[in-house]
Design a protein. Structure first.
Lengths: 418, 118
């Protein structure tokens, strides 16, 4: 009999709240986490808005000088190898462990692993390489490089939480932490792990945001009441968000035996690639469409069983419509699931997005409502026949599919249900 | 080697060494202004102390020149952090080969006095 996978814990450090309670309140009240970011204006960036984390001050170069919200502390020996994304991840892990009610021996043991996704830190990369080239490597902090590279999140969290099982870092950009959920599911399904922490985290500052403006992917708007606006006919780009999201995936029998609270079951997942472009999706959403089909097959789901799709849709002209076409191909036009994008409220968390939206999907199931797609004033005509969630719906979705698509045309669809 | 420091330079020293005690910050400021190598022992002890765990700080306070560095429980990465701060405070470069020769606290302080004395 196949092992089943439960979601038993969540940790959230996000633009819409630093706890499950805060995040839920923001979703229920349709309260945006996006605002003008002072550093962007100060440095004369061509974009203004971001979904930054509140309550953390990581402006100082020396990590010991960072301010963390009350109740959080990171030992100096670990802090010194961190950039902000790893600090957010560390705090979110702490939350998730408490939320799941896991003991120390369950967190640190051969059957517990951690799959992490982060783009590393542009800011710390620039800082240590600049010091290295101007003053020599012996003037650079010895841990400057591990603090900055793409694996920094898994390195710091595996060391910091004494993870003894699987450790892995995933680099599929905006699909990364969704891949984390998928491969975490497989590890448990195949008996190689009993518990997997899936972590997505990103910095959120001038250095992490403005490169995307170079791609002309970010909205130039200054008004979070207007943009980002996934599926809206006037959409003109996304907003970058940072923070961390953690899911605790646990073998269902084990979770039930210890009386764990199960948010939802992870039913299965699918993945497929566009093989088309480095930065743009295949225009008909070929890859995300096949990822969704695979997800349904692997979950044993009929299309009509899916209540809600938490779309990838970031608010770009090209991306949103490609995904809509894929959804219409897989689920039909008319009578299909409700479709919404929480990126309108949270911003686009890049490597963090997959895990964050998986967390929001299981919260929707557990708490019994479907979050709104805010800023949706006039749906794109391409959405005709698709049921877009414009306002919060106070009905419990039974099965949710969460989509994530990343650079290179990497696509993942996850299914959760109760 | 008299050098007047600007207010900004003094503020930068206090900021960069704010986790060292005030006596150490003052010693660094005086050393930068006068080049007086007699300040080096206080600077060396003060910077090392800032990186030690409380138990090891007690050991440092009671340490003599002969005290082995191992008694201070400084692991290799922390040693590199100490070296970074010493280099900046005393405006010197400490090569890795030279680091390897340090066995006691006295070795470190004597080396720093020589290097900083010019």
């Amino acid at each position: 009999m196949a092992r089943r996978v439960a979601v038993t814990g969540l940790g959230l450090i996000t633009s819409i709240g630093n706890s499950k309670a805060e995040v839920l309140a923001s979703l229920r009240e349709n309260r945006t986490g996006i605002a003008p970011l002072a550093e962007l204006a100060e440095r004369g960036a061509p974009v203004s808005l971001a979904g930054a984390v509140k309550g953390f001050d990581t402006a100082e170069e020396r990590q010991e000088d960072w301010m963390l919200p009350e109740g959080y502390a990171i030992p100096r020996e670990l802090l010194r190898s961190m950039s902000p994304n790893a600090a957010y991840g560390y705090c979110a892990m702490g939350q998730a462990i408490v939320d799941a009610g896991l003991e120390a021996g369950e967190v640190s043991g051969p059957q517990t692993g951690l799959l992490a996704a982060s783009g590393g830190s542009m800011r710390y990369t620039y800082s240590y390489l600049r010091t290295m080239s101007e003053r020599g490597i012996h003037r650079v902090h010895p841990l400057g490089m591990p603090a900055a590279i793409a694996g920094t999140l898994n390195m710091n969290l595996v060391a910091g939480y004494k993870i003894k099982g699987v450790s892995l870092g995933i680099s599929t950009a905006c699909a990364s932490s969704a891949h984390g959920c998928g491969y975490g599911f497989d590890l448990i399904r195949h008996g190689r792990q009993d518990i997997v922490f899936v972590v997505g985290a990103e910095d959120c500052d001038y250095w992490s945001i403005v490169p995307f403006a170079g791609l002309r992917a970010i909205t130039p708007s200054k008004d979070p009441g207007v943009r980002p606006s996934p599926f809206d006919v006037g959409r003109d780009g996304f907003c970058v968000a940072g923070g961390a999201a953690v899911l605790v995936l646990e073998e269902m029998g084990r979770a039930e035996a210890r009386g764990a609270r199960v948010y939802a079951e992870m039913l299965g997942w699918g993945e497929a690639s566009d093989g088309y472009s480095v930065v743009a999706p295949e225009p008909d959403g070929d890859g995300i469409g096949r990822a969704m089909e695979q997800c349904l097959r692997s979950s044993g789901l009929e299309r009509r069983e899916v209540s809600y799709i938490n779309a990838h849709a970031t608010g770009t002209p090209v991306g949103d419509v490609a995904e809509l076409r894929a959804i219409q191909r897989v689920f039909g036009r008319g009578g299909g699931p409700a479709v919404g994008s929480t990126k309108a409220l949270t911003g686009h968390g890049l490597s963090l997005a997959g895990a964050l939206e998986a967390a929001l999907s299981v919260l929707a199931i557990r708490e019994g409502f479907i979050p709104a797609t805010t800023n949706l004033r006039e749906p794109d005509p391409a959405a005709e026949g698709t049921d877009l969630v414009r306002d919060v719906r106070w009905e419990a979705p039974r099965v949710v599919v969460s989509n994530s698509s990343g650079f290179g045309g990497s696509n993942v669809a996850l299914a959760f249900g109760r | 080697m008299a050098k007047t420091l600007t207010d900004e330079e003094i503020a930068a020293i206090r900021r960069n060494y704010k986790r060292c005690d005030e006596a150490t910050q003052e010693a660094i400021i005086r050393f930068r202004q006068t080049g007086d190598a007699t300040e080096v022992e206080a600077i060396g002890r003060g910077i090392i102390r800032r990186y030690l765990k409380p138990e090891a700080q007690v050991a440092l306070d009671g340490a003599s020149a002969e005290t082995p560095l191992t008694a201070l429980q400084v692991e290799s990465l922390t040693m590199l952090e100490i070296v970074l701060d010493l280099q900046d405070a005393l405006n010197i470069t400490i090569a890795d080969e030279e680091l390897r020769r340090f066995a006691t606290l006295g070795d470190v302080l004597a080396y720093l006095r020589t290097k900083a004395g010019g």
